[in-house]
Design a protein around this ligand. Structure first.
Ligand SMILES: Cc1cc2nc3c(=O)[nH]c(=O)nc-3n(C[C@H](O)[C@H](O)[C@H](O)COP(=O)(O)O)c2cc1C
Length: 190
């Protein structure tokens, strides 16, 4: 009986270790993605996320979400309130809100889409934090944004200037109701 119990315990222990290790928490090397397209996005209220997911699906790409270390509350996003966090950040081109998501290796990616909502006609400053943290040499970078009505504006150029590396394409603005077909048509034009 004791033997059966100890065998059972050993099996449980091995299975437990396997599950733990497969989640990459014991210093094991995680398999590197074989994909060469990456979709990076920041989305405060989910609109850009939907477009990012469509792009990733069509391109068969990996996806990476930029999360703010300090999450934006609805008060922070109140663009009718001049002392709100987002308004203050957008009024200060040197503001660099901290990123809370784990950093990502860009090795192996040849094409990188970067998506964000338009805030006061520009990219949210956290996008500048992102592009200044990575090297885009040898990569094609394609900005995309969502907005109520504004276009891409200066955002693509701001990001390219701040990144100082990468071959930045012009990019595209999408509305909230963008379909998968609209996204696919844009991708096929590139
Ligand atoms: C702080 C703030 C500023 C905004 N500024 C603009 C703007 O200048 N022009 C515009 O068309 N929409 C503006 N919007 C609307 C967002 O761009 C739009 O709702 C976007 O699709 C939201 O994307 P998300 O859900 O991924 O965060 C603003 C929204 C916020 C919260």
């Amino acid at each position: 009986m004791r033997r059966i119990v100890s065998t059972f315990m050993a099996v449980v222990l091995v299975c437990g270790l396997f599950v733990y290790a497969s989640h990459g928490n014991v210093g094991m090397v995680q398999a590197k993605s074989s994909k060469d397209v990456l979709v990076v996005y920041f989305s405060a209220t989910g609109t850009t996320k939907k477009v990012a997911k469509k792009i990733a699906k069509i391109e068969g790409a990996d996806i990476y979400r930029i999360k703010a270390a300090q999450k934006y509350t609805s008060d922070d996003l109140d663009w009718n309130d001049s002392p709100s966090r987002s308004t203050k950040e957008q009024n200060d081109p040197s503001a660099r809100p901290q990123i809370g998501s784990k950093s990502i290796s860009l090795d192996g990616y040849k094409k990188i889409y970067i998506g964000y909502p338009i805030w006061w006609g520009e990219e949210p400053r956290i996008l500048d934090t992102f592009v200044e943290s990575y090297n885009f040499d040898g990569k094609t970078v394609i900005p995309f944004c969502t907005s109520s009505s504004s276009g891409l504006g200066r955002s693509g150029k701001n990001l390219a200037d701040n990144a100082k590396s990468g071959n930045w394409l012009e990019g595209k603005r999408f509305g909230a109701g963008t379909s998968k077909e609209d996204v696919a048509a844009w991708i096929s034009e590139q």
